[in-house]
Design a protein around this ligand. Structure first.
Ligand code: GDP
Ligand code: IMO
Ligand code: MG
Length: 422
């Protein structure tokens, strides 16, 4: 068997959690391969809303195995809160959730460093989620990190060394803090984690594949936040792209099957950094309100704009997307016209190729199409799509050269249209 990958093609929050939950019945195993509690993946079903940060979105559908892979950075305290909340709502995870021993641990001082670095950057701050993601991946790459497997052996010594190093940096940045309470919670949470199955995930995952089990790898963030290919330096600190599933799970590239690329019918971004199609007018406000564009975890208002096909084509190329999934189509209901950015005007002329830098000198070139006046949230099959919406989809497919296989028309699990366009 091969593993399928589902990942975001924009700046995150495309609706990955919802679609992973919808696709879960087709798979035996769901995995996360990068990121950490900077993610907020929302699922809605039976009138209930759940937000997952580190736990894969396959946890609600039957007895599937869910694995937190080696590429993830795990905050024990937030993980405990998340797992306890799920257990309280009747979803006990102990038997079905495995954690890689090679996943790196977010320490309380990593969170402090995240805050201290952001404060030191002043106006140039990245607008991180404040979860300690950057400092934890920095320690991983500089070979100073602590891993889940370390909690089983000699942890206190390693922890003390890391903490002392971090405190020296915090002092040099003149950052004031009090760590006692956070440390107490942290050690309690480590004891809680020890009760889960801590595994050599690369062996388990490859064994499962060889036994013919189907695996879906759930991306976090989005391609434009990838540390190599996103809008650097306004990115996260992991590889959010398809290749990240290979390194974040220990799966060979030849073992990757379908690559689901997910995007909104428009575009959003949260935090700082360039966003060529951002709207500062009433249309942007309307999209924000109708799409309820506020961070699932931080509650921050998301910046909104029209769909950017230059960035999308780039993301499709980098990821080798085989199947597209379009989300939040209902949010554009009722606009007289809708726009799509088909090229950028730069100081060197017009380009359809994503440039090295997309700072303010990039101006979007738009195609404008008739909008649709229909309540898409009520649509049950693609036969009911209004003519103008069909034209929008046909235009996107002709530009992007990959079929749109799933269209989402509302937050609920049920508001999902599978298209039959093979
Ligand atoms: P993720 O991080 O990619 O999982 O996405 P988030 O959960 O952060 O953000 C997506 C938001 O859009 C959530 O509030 C979802 O409940 C909501 N959502 C998902 N699909 C749709 C849709 O088709 N229409 C509408 N209106 N909302 C949706
Ligand atoms: P999901 O998985 C949207 C953004 C932050 C910031 C930048 C770096 O829900 O789509 P970090 O805390 O990772 O160092 O922040 O990345 N960011 C996200 N934006 N969705 C996410 O996750 C994000 N995770 C990080 O806002 O701009
Ligand atoms: Mg999110």
């Amino acid at each position: 068997m091969k593993a399928d990958v589902l990942l975001g093609l924009q700046w995150g929050d495309e609706g990955k959690g919802k679609v992973v939950d919808v696709l879960t019945p087709n798979y035996n195993v769901i995995t996360r391969f990068q990121g950490g509690p900077n993610a907020g993946h929302t699922l809605v079903f039976n009138g209930q809303k759940y937000v997952l940060r580190s736990i894969p979105s396959g946890i609600f559908q039957g007895g599937k195995i869910n694995i937190i892979g080696n590429g993830v950075v795990l905050d024990p305290v937030l993980f405990k809160q998340e797992a306890e909340a799920l257990a309280a709502s009747g979803h006990d995870l102990r038997e079905r959730l495995y954690i890689s021993k090679k996943a790196h641990i977010i320490l309380p001082t990593h969170r402090l460093l995240d805050a201290a670095y952001e404060a030191a950057k002043g106006d140039a701050k990245i607008g991180t989620t404040g979860k300690g993601i950057g400092p934890t991946y920095t320690d991983k790459i500089s070979r100073n990190g602590l891993r889940i497997g370390d909690i089983l052996c000699d942890f206190d010594k390693k922890y003390a060394a890391a903490k002392a190093k971090h405190e020296r940096i915090l002092k040099s940045l003149d950052f004031k803090y009090n760590i006692e309470e956070a440390e107490k919670e942290f050690f309690e949470a480590l004891d809680y984690i020890k009760e889960f199955r801590l595994i050599d995930s690369e062996h388990v995952i490859n064994r499962l594949l060889n036994e013919g089990q189907s695996i879906l790898a759930e991306g976090a963030q989005g391609t434009m936040l990838d540390v190599d290919f996103g809008s650097y330096p306004f990115v996260t600190s992991s590889n959010t792209i398809c290749a990240g599933a290979c390194t974040g799970l220990g799966i060979a590239p030849t073992k990757i099957g379908k690559v689901y690329g997910i995007f909104k019918a428009y575009c959003t971004r949260v935090g700082s950094g360039p966003f060529p199609t951002e709207l500062f007018d009433e249309t942007g406000e309307t999209i924000c309100k109708r799409g309820f564009e506020f961070g699932a975890v931080t509650g921050r208002k998301r910046r909104c704009g029209w769909i950017d096909l230059v960035a999308l084509k780039y993301a499709i190329m980098i990821n080798g997307v085989t199947d597209l999934i379009m989300m939040k189509s209902d949010v554009l209901d009722g606009f007289e016209t809708v726009k799509a950015c088909v090229a950028y005007k730069t100081k060197d002329g017009i380009t359809e190729e994503f440039p090295f830098d997309i700072k303010e000198e990039v101006e979007p070139v738009y195609t404008e199409m008739p909008g649709w006046n229909c309540d898409m949230t009520k649509v049950k099959s693609e036969n009911e799509f209004p003519e103008e919406f069909n034209a929008y989809i046909a235009f996107l497919e002709s530009e992007l050269k990959v079929p749109i296989k799933i269209v989402s028309v509302g937050p609920d699990r049920e508001q999902t249209i599978i298209r039959h366009n093979d």
